[in-house]
Design a protein around this ligand. Structure first.
Ligand code: ZN
Length: 325
């Protein structure tokens, strides 16, 4: 009987063993699949393309007027060349802790002529004609509107300079070659300056980006060279360590190439979260976003709003924004 029972149970043991092994193999495959999925998600950290997600701000805010405080601005005095006070710390002067002023920060992408009927509509929407860019600068000149950089803002916050009665900041994203060929050339003509957010692994690439020599020249002429990461990835898709590399390495490269500290940053395609902000704070004094707004405040200096420039943004908008008839 005993033998019979063993005979009967014998295959059952093997069946059980088979299922145990099979389930282990299955679980193994599953975790292999998870690994694969993780790898795929790493691959999905693709370069972000500039978008137009944010609606333009409505023309409702008023230009804050500077009341006479006895702090007259010396309009003849050069605002800043970025060559003095290079220490990358921000010592906010007493009284400026709640600084919040009207300061439109324009965001340009390409400064080029681009056909409005092109199938690449995004390319068109990100383009701004050099001719109109010049009209803008002419308008600023005629109306005594000063072009500032973040170096100027640092000096203003530290109480070393006064905010001019009317100012604007011109920022250029991505380091395109036409920034050097068109924007810089026209800025020079009007003795004005801009902030250029450079993607540190791009300069000179494919003939589409300004090269290091051109970037150095713009920097030497008083324009601010600022960081737009190393590789223009959506920072939210990266690990903490990877984000740190994007922030630290880009700063290091740009500082080495220009010989000046880099104090400002721009989030690729305006994508960020709380962790990213705190890592940016460890490396920079200012960070511009893509959200719409025309005020600059100390409390928001790592989420600085901007005014997106469209191909059809016109001088009549400038008249409204700067209260010029
Ligand atoms: Zn960008």
């Amino acid at each position: 009987m005993k033998n019979n029972k063993e005979l009967y149970l014998f295959p059952a043991k093997y069946v059980l063993a088979f299922f145990t092994i099979a389930s282990l193999v299955f679980a193994g495959c599953n975790s292999a699949n998870e690994d694969l999925a993780k790898k795929e998600s790493i691959k999905a950290k693709k370069e972000v393309i500039e978008s137009e997600e944010e609606a333009p701000e409505k023309e409702t805010r008023d230009l804050s007027t500077k009341e006479a405080t006895g702090n007259e601005i010396d309009k003849n005095k050069e605002i800043n060349t970025g060559k003095e006070n290079l220490s990358p710390t921000l010592d906010i002067a007493a009284g400026n802790e709640n600084f919040n002023e009207y300061l439109p920060i324009f965001m340009f992408h390409y400064i080029r002529d681009y056909p409005a009927d092109s199938p690449d509509q995004l390319g068109y929407r990100l383009s701004f004609s050099p001719e109109k860019f010049e009209q803008f600068l002419k308008f600023f000149k005629e109306n005594n509107i000063q072009t500032l950089t973040f170096w100027d803002l640092k000096d203003i916050l530290e109480g070393k300079k006064k905010l001019p009665e009317k100012s604007v900041m011109l920022t250029f994203d991505d380091g395109h070659l036409d920034h050097y060929q068109n924007a810089f050339r026209i800025l020079e003509k009007y003795d004005m300056k801009g902030v250029f957010f450079i993607i540190a692994n791009r300069p000179g690439q494919d003939g589409n980006y300004a090269d290091w020599e051109q970037i150095k020249e713009m920097s030497d002429r008083g324009n601010e060279i600022a960081s737009h990461t190393v590789s223009h990835l959506d920072l939210r898709t990266l690990s903490k360590e990877e984000i740190k590399v994007e922030l630290e390495k880009s700063k290091e490269i740009l500082e080495e190439k220009t010989g000046k500290p880099v104090i400002s940053f721009c989030y690729p395609a305006g994508k960020y979260d709380g962790q990213i902000i705190s890592l940016v704070q460890e490396n920079y004094l200012f960070a511009r976003t893509t959200k719409a707004g025309k005020h600059f405040s100390v409390s928001e200096r790592y989420e600085i709003p901007t005014v997106r420039m469209f191909p059809d943004t016109s001088v009549s908008s400038l008249r409204i924004w700067f209260k010029v008839n």
